[in-house]
Design a protein around this ligand. Structure first.
Ligand code: ATP
Length: 275
């Protein structure tokens, strides 16, 4: 792929007015108040990003550049100190049932069976128990765990627990699925399998997704667009559209174009480390 075709990748976000945007982040700034010093720490300086309905966007960038902070603000778990964040045109002011988050650690409730772990959130949102159980069963089947409904979390492997976590996020039927390094704690082989599983699941329901990862090849494999952040405080360095048709499978990882994307994103991140 010629450098020029990548240069045509959108470096700034120009789709703020597009009709089918799910998420709009406009000049988002996020600060932490550090009690110890009594000062504010700027973690995200200026992020403008839109995510269209059914789009899968991955964010990569150097450690500490503000990826998780940005995702937490989108999830409504952290307040942004500047700019605007909205989902389906409504400002994000806190956690809500339209936003589901999958974190690195599955953090399942050990005293509840798998199915009751999956129903837990939607029961809290007021879904009647019978309907919650039916929906949970479907999601457990979707993530490939039929037959494990009555098991307890400690009886499942790490990869299986992360599948439960995914089912727990999907059962709420969110408008936006947020995933913060969901496979980082898994061994390499399980991680690859889970990437493949996630693509299969995504192909079925095409949930709009924002996924954070350190692994460049994971981002390219999954995403419609890869957002590269600069070293921090959070700013977008470049957005790279990934031009592989879907459904995808592992063979694209051996496609020369895949390796070119990888080299390009590595170069962008290296530039940041050297600056
Ligand atoms: N609770 C907090 N209080 C103060 N500063 C914080 C807090 N959490 C994160 N930070 C700081 O905010 C910045 C962004 O952190 P964040 O965890 O979002 O980065 P990241 O890109 O997700 O990093 P990594 O890739 O290492 O997970 C860093 O400078 C970090 O030290």
């Amino acid at each position: 792929m010629a450098q020029n075709s990548l240069a045509s990748a959108v470096t700034t976000e120009r789709r703020l007015d597009a009709a089918k945007n799910k998420l709009i982040a406009n000049r988002v700034q996020i600060e932490y108040f550090v009690k110890r010093t009594g000062e504010y720490h700027l973690a995200v300086e200026d992020i403008t990003l839109t995510i269209a309905e059914n789009e899968f966007v991955c964010i990569v960038g150097p450690s500490g550049c503000g990826k998780s902070t940005f995702l937490s603000a989108v999830a409504g778990l952290l307040k942004h100190s500047g700019g605007n964040l909205s989902l389906d045109g409504k400002p994000i002011t806190g956690p809500c049932k339209d936003l589901s988050v999958v974190f690195q650690s599955a953090a399942l409730l050990p005293w509840r069976t798998i199915i009751r772990n999956v129903t837990y959130g939607i029961e809290l949102w007021g879904v009647p128990k019978k309907e919650a159980l039916e929906r949970a069963k479907k999601m457990i089947s979707l993530v490939g765990l039929s037959g494990y409904e009555q098991r307890y979390p400690h009886e499942l492997s790490g990869g299986m627990q992360q599948r439960v976590n995914l089912a727990r996020a999907l059962v709420a039927d969110p408008q936006l699925l947020l995933l913060d390094e969901p496979f980082a704690a898994l061994d390499a082989q399980t991680r690859e399998m889970m990437q493949h599983e996630l693509l299969r699941i995504w192909q079925e329901n095409k949930k709009t997704a924002l996924f954070i990862t350190h692994q460049i090849n994971e981002a390219i494999y999954l995403a419609d667009r890869v957002v590269v952040l600069s070293k921090g405080p959070g700013r977008i360095k470049e957005i790279i559209p990934i031009d592989f048709p879907r459904p995808r499978d592992e063979t694209i990882k051996r496609d020369p174009k895949f390796l070119e994307y990888e080299d390009r994103i590595w170069a962008l991140i290296k530039e940041e480390s050297n600056e």
